[in-house]
Design a protein around this ligand. Structure first.
Ligand code: DLL
Length: 432
């Protein structure tokens, strides 16, 4: 189901015209109202009137996460403070949080793109959406909430955590759509199964999962265990929250809502713009946001773009699911390793669960990678010899996929901490 047929199926030429007008307006707005951007544009020798074509975007300066921190909390406001109606921030685990300040029109825009997202799994007023993303400063909870309200669905704002209650609500309230992180959905499946819940008997039919990296194999596992259709939804606080891009029912890459969020891919080292299909850092320009608009924001997320038409009829560019982060990429003895690659290997191995942790240490000046993986109950009751053979088997598979050696340690079922929000996959002890 397409929520906004006019905008989501707009011809490419009309879309480009709209983007061009919106870009020119954006540059004029930030130049006129945000001293931080005026200085940046002037330093780059750019006059707003000179931005006429969409291609002119490549001459505009980037905005980095550190700059958002330096202007904390209100340095990037492009409207009078009185026009702000809501604030969200990132969790700020690595320094000052980044702030997104919304005007009423930004909240309306957010509701629109999240309605588009939920409609990707056919959400209508008849659906019951169990929203297990955290409510609060995190954007997941309220983002899904606003989209559900726009559609007129029944939204259950349970927020993250309280797993026993989540299970009770799934069972008693007839939830048809589940919204949470993919790792938490697997945890719900695990706890539900322990309580004797038969997911095939529930009205649950779809899940909108995101906020952390996951893989195609993890999707299969979630779909089998929870008996639903799982789609990948993407976004980030700085841009709007969830609602930047979403898979459609074909589950074949994420449609970017590019009438509002203009995507580019660059080589993170040189800043050079890359072509379609080339892997690099995703850059987003907020074409219509009023409160805290951003020019060419460096997301640090790695993906690539694809402009071939999708069979669903939407005309937007699609992005591949996030492959990794430029700052989460581990460099182990000179080789780039993304946690997603480790996950991909593990999901192809019999006898282990997709619960794992990657531990990096420095021993004698050498980086050592250890992957801790949970065994299934069946494997756990096996002989030590079998376990050791399994560890060697995984080590060999990891070696051929990553091109570096990783020690594998099988750990007891349920011994890796579960997360109610984003899973913590990497323990990097090198900085200590
Ligand atoms: O995680 C917004 C969100 C909420 C998206 C609910 C989807 C669902 P932040 O906390 O600011 O915002 O984290 C943003 O999370 O730069 C990515 O690295 C990662 N991320 C978000 N969605 C996905 C996804 C929310 N579908 C950061 N796949 C982003 C992989 C994702 N990574």
């Amino acid at each position: 189901m397409i929520w906004n047929r006019e905008m989501e199926t707009l011809g490419r030429a009309s879309l480009a015209r709209l983007q061009r007008e919106r870009l020119a307006d954006l540059v004029a707005r930030v130049h006129g109202r945000v001293p931080f951007y005026r200085k940046k544009l002037e330093a780059a020798g750019i006059k707003p009137a000179a931005v006429k074509d969409l291609a002119d975007i490549t001459g505009l300066p980037f905005t980095g996460k550190d700059e958002l921190r330096e202007t904390y909390p209100y340095g990037l406001l492009a409207v009078e403070p009185g026009k702000i109606v809501e604030i969200h921030t990132s969790s700020g685990t690595t320094g000052k949080p980044v702030v997104d300040a919304y005007t009423q029109s930004d909240v309306d825009l957010w509701s629109e793109v999240m309605a588009r997202t939920l409609a990707m799994v056919g959400a209508t007023a008849g659906d019951v959406i169990q929203n297990a993303y955290g409510y609060g400063l995190f954007t997941g909870g309220l983002g899904v909430h606003y989209g559900a309200r726009r559609i007129g669905a029944n939204v259950i704002p349970i927020s993250g955590g309280n797993t026993a209650r989540q299970i009770a609500i799934l069972r008693d309230f007839g939830s048809t759509i589940l919204a949470c992180t993919p790792s938490y959905s697997l945890y719900l499946a695990e706890v539900g199964r322990e309580e004797g819940m038969d997911f095939s008997k529930l009205p649950l039919r779809a899940g909108v999962f995101g906020a952390e990296p996951w893989s195609e194999n993890m999707r299969k596992e979630i779909e089998e265990k929870l008996r639903l259709k799982a789609i990948d939804i993407y976004g980030l606080t700085e841009i709007i929250g969830p609602g930047v891009a979403s898979e459609c029912e074909r589950q074949d890459m994420l449609h970017v809502f590019e009438d509002h969020f203009y995507p580019e891919i660059i080589d993170p080292a040189s800043g050079r713009v890359l072509g379609d299909g080339e892997k690099g850092e995703l850059i987003i320009t907020t074409l219509t946001k009023e409160g805290t608009p951003l020019l060419r924001y460096r997301t640090r997320d790695v993906t690539f773009l694809d402009r071939t038409p999708c069979a669903c009829g939407r005309t937007s560019v699609r992005m591949h699911r996030i492959i990794g982060r430029t700052d989460d990429m581990l460099i182990i003895r000179g080789v780039n390793v993304f946690p997603s690659e480790v996950e991909h290997v593990l999901l192809h191995v019999e006898g282990v669960e997709p619960h794992y942790q990657i531990v990096v240490e420095r021993r004698d000046k050498l980086d050592c990678l250890e992957v801790r993986v949970e065994m299934t109950d069946a494997l756990f009751s096996d002989e030590v010899k079998t376990l050791e053979a399994k560890e060697r088997e995984i080590e060999a598979k990891l070696r051929s996929a990553l091109l570096v050696h990783a020690r594998v340690k099988l750990v007891e079922p349920k011994s890796i901490p579960r997360s109610e929000g984003k899973a913590k996959r990497i323990v990097d002890r090198r900085q200590l």
